[in-house]
Design a protein around this ligand. Structure first.
Ligand SMILES: [Ca+2]
Length: 415
């Protein structure tokens, strides 16, 4: 590894950002509160999103294969979609992603990511919602993409439409080493960010002509970026179109990857050769300059840690909240803020486990996922009843501990 690359890595990080670049004015970080949205408890929530149709509905996806609707702060009695008959839900597997088409209001199209029965393969499908009732129709499934995924770990699962109107899909590396490693295999879909064009709505999908590897016969043309381990939540800044990826680390470091709006794609985020500035499996690999390091990372001496990627807050009301990327560590229960300040990235823990919303004064909780609707950012907080088996959610997905409550909370600022 070259000195220059090392310097670039260190300067991009949280700890040394101020030391490497001349920072702008210090960031005036907000003081956060967490406000309950509904009193209902949910089971293994994986996704919080909205349809962009102006109805104000929040959609809550449960790992087992259900999608619920929250409207006016109450949960509707009937699920929006029930596909438990085809979802394999165990460990990290299940119904993991949901994205509504940008033209959902006129087409009724929405997309889900799940692991299927019985083999656990990754599936991305299109469904149709009934326009009069707004109910998703489970018998309208149109399979777009599948990929074998023999192990239960590292499925990825995020779906999101980019500002370019294309559907982005985050896949995990399957949790097993191999040659080539899945995340570096140019032909395979695992450990990648994929980008497809589903706008036709009738054919399965098309590959955008400006995908980075579309003319390279060695690559699957759907690949937008590679070298990811388990991108548990990526999101676009709805103002700028910048992309943030929370990539769950092995046992030492967790990271946030970044891609500026207008990027041509093709980034290699480094797994399994590197994670953050930490070398992992480098045998036979020398081209470290070709890797894109994260913009933020945190080391942990404890083995239980897993980043949960979140969202950028954009809203006119509170300037201190604007432009902050909120993310979390699921088993450690804190909420963290990342913000670009001039050329530097600054990072701050805004809610530590000691101050997090915790009416029962329990110490064991995790944050499984984030959501956003307009000028609001939401999190799931799971409060557990026992501490001894507090596995990382993506490692065990809550199958081995008793939980007292799973709460949907909104991030608010204290004036
Ligand atoms: Ca990486």
């Amino acid at each position: 590894m070259t000195q220059r690359f090392l310097f670039a890595l260190v300067c991009a990080g949280i700890i040394s950002a101020r030391g490497c670049l001349v920072a702008a004015e210090p960031i005036d970080w907000p003081t956060l509160d967490l406000v309950p949205v509904v009193t209902n408890s949910f089971s293994e929530p994986t996704t919080i999103t909205h349809a962009g149709d102006g109805t104000g509905r929040l959609f809550i996806e449960e790992q087992v294969g259900l999608i619920w609707v929250i409207q006016s702060n109450s949960v509707l009695p009937q699920p929006f979609l029930d596909i438990r008959d085809r979802v394999l839900s165990e460990y990290e597997r299940g119904l993991l992603g949901l994205a509504f088409a940008p033209d959902y209001k006129s087409t009724g199209h929405f997309y889900v990511f799940y692991t299927r029965r019985p083999d656990g393969a990754l599936v991305v499908s299109r469904f149709l919602a009934q326009t009069n009732t707004g109910e998703g129709l489970s018998d309208t499934e149109q399979l777009l993409l599948t990929n074998s995924h023999p192990f239960a770990r590292h499925n990825g699962g995020q779906l999101a439409f980019g500002p370019d109107g294309f559907l982005y899909i985050g896949t995990g590396d399957n949790g097993a080493l191999g040659i080539p490693h899945p995340a570096q295999d140019p032909r395979g879909f695992l450990g990648k960010l994929l980008r497809i064009d589903v706008r036709g709505g009738t054919t399965s999908y098309a590959v955008p002509l400006d995908n980075p590897f579309v003319t390279d016969p060695n690559y699957a043309p759907e690949i937008w970026a590679l070298g990811l381990r388990n991108p548990w939540r990526f999101s676009f800044d709805r103002l700028t179109g910048d992309l943030y990826i929370g990539d769950v680390g092995e046992s030492v470091v967790e990271e946030i990857d970044y891609q500026a709006a207008g990027s041509p794609g093709g980034q290699n985020y480094g797994w399994p050769m590197m994670e953050a500035i930490h070398s992992v499996f480098t045998e036979g690999f020398t081209n470290f300059q070709s890797l894109t390091p994260p913009v933020a990372w945190y080391f942990h001496s404890f083995s239980l840690a897993a980043v949960t990627g979140g969202y950028i807050y954009r809203g006119p009301v509170e300037p201190r909240m604007d432009g902050i990327y909120f993310y979390a560590d699921s088993p450690n229960g804190w909420v963290r803020a990342l913000k670009r300040n001039g050329l530097a990235w600054e990072d701050q823990v805004l809610l530590s486990p000691g101050t997090i919303y915790n009416p029962n004064n329990l110490t064991n909780r995790y944050i499984s996922t984030f959501g956003r609707m307009k000028a609001a950012v939401f999190i799931w907080l799971t409060i557990l009843g026992d501490k001894s088996t507090s596995f990382v959610i993506r490692e065990r997905f809550g199958r081995q501990h008793s939980r007292l409550r799973v709460e949907l909370l909104k991030l608010e600022w204290r004036p």
